[in-house]
Design a protein around this ligand. Structure first.
Ligand SMILES: *Cc1c(COP(=O)(O)O)cnc(C)c1O
Length: 360
């Protein structure tokens, strides 16, 4: 068996110890005589898995007691609709900050539910930076302010938390949740799909302040109603049980690594290694402004795009997979989430230097 270095943006690599444990427990979880996949979600075995995963997630992020953690389904794209359905609370509109492809998806979906004010946009700079807070034109009557904490496609990431006064701050954290400590109390709601930095696709994590639970529009489907899901402990419908179990193993793994402070240090070093390599030469180019470069998704270009195919072919042969950039931006993208070891980034940097020697 050979495991490659998988730079996929999502679904993405998982920590090998987690996969091994899941494999060992596949046929018989802790003497239950069955797989987690085969268990009733209401039985004591799965209830314990679910409760432990919730407790570990809360511990990792230091979630305050007036917030609920929900395990939902539908991914961030479903949340793009579920958020306004629950959070508009009779108000006319909401503020959105446009920093790239994923914020644009959020904005387009939210427009079905109310008046959406794009309070700031990175469009003028080609989405290579985040508009400074001083330039945001926020509406004090807005139901909420929405940001995407890490633009998975463009590689633009907030390294600060915006101050937005009394209006709840909502963030799509799909691609950087659990990559570093986060002050949850600064947000009204956080949401993200699990398949980037947590676990298998199919699980969506929502962390919501309790005072925001009660405003759902009457047409909101029950399965997407935060209040009803909170009351049912995320079991209003059958939850994605196996995805929750694997996410729970990832939470345990993160705790064993030293928690989010340790992960932040590791992720910062991994990203620095790669950006230093990109900045050291004109052969490669990192388009994103330094102060908002993502630690998770590193898009880059070769100075001569006619070399792209050879670069990717050589990378594949070296066991460095899924480096092709998103079709919207082209070039390359290395996604280096929590599960990517620093050895993987070192291998990529070594390959890049060698490729430059041969083609530069
Ligand atoms: C991947 C991603 C999405 C889309 O998530 P789905 O799980 O496919 O719904 C939305 N936002 C961000 C920031 C993402 O990285």
């Amino acid at each position: 068996m050979t495991r490659v270095y998988n730079f996929s943006a999502g679904p993405a690599a998982l920590p090998e110890p987690v996969l091994r444990q899941a494999a060992e427990e596949m046929l018989d979880w802790h003497g239950a005589g069955m797989s987690v996949m085969e268990m009733s979600h209401r039985g004591p075995e799965f209830m314990s898995i679910h409760a432990q995963a919730q407790a570990d997630l809360r511990e990792l992020l230091g979630v305050p007691s007036n917030y609920r953690t929900l395990f939902m389904q539908g991914g961030a794209i479903a949340e793009n609709a579920i958020v306004p359905m629950n959070l508009m609370r009779g108000r006319a509109g909401a503020d959105y900050i446009d920093t790239g492809a994923w914020s644009q998806r959020s904005i387009a979906e939210a427009r079905k539910f109310g008046r959406i004010n794009v309070a700031a946009s990175g469009a003028d700079g080609g989405y290579t930076s985040i508009p400074p807070r001083a330039h945001w034109r926020l509406d004090p009557q807005a139901a909420y302010v929405h940001i995407c904490s890490n633009e998975t496609i463009g590689g633009v990431q907030y390294h600060w938390t915006p101050e937005v006064g009394e209006v709840p701050l909502v963030a799509d954290v799909s691609s950087d949740i659990l990559s570093r400590p986060l002050d949850v109390s600064r947000f009204g709601l956080l949401y993200g799909g699990a398949q980037k930095n947590i676990g298998p696709a199919g699980l969506t994590i929502v962390i919501v302040r309790e005072d925001l639970l009660d405003g759902a529009h009457p047409l909101t489907p029950d399965a997407f109603n935060y209040r009803l899901q909170a009351e049912a402990d995320s079991m209003l419908n059958t939850p994605p049980t196996y995805a929750i179990y694997v996410a729970g193993l990832v939470f345990q793994w993160l705790k064993a690594q030293g928690g989010l402070t340790a992960m932040a240090e590791r992720n910062r070093s991994k990203a620095a290694l790669l950006y230093d390599c990109l900045d050291a030469t004109a052969f490669y180019r990192a388009p994103v402004a330094r102060e908002c470069r993502s630690w998770m998704n590193v898009p880059f270009k070769l100075h001569d795009e006619r070399l792209d195919a050879a670069f990717l072919q050589g990378a594949e042969a070296a066991g460095l997979k899924q480096l092709k950039g998103h079709r919207m931006v082209g070039g390359m993208r290395a996604s280096i989430y929590n599960a990517m070891p620093i050895e993987g980034v070192r291998a990529l940097v070594a390959y890049m230097k060698d490729f430059e020697r041969r083609h530069g």
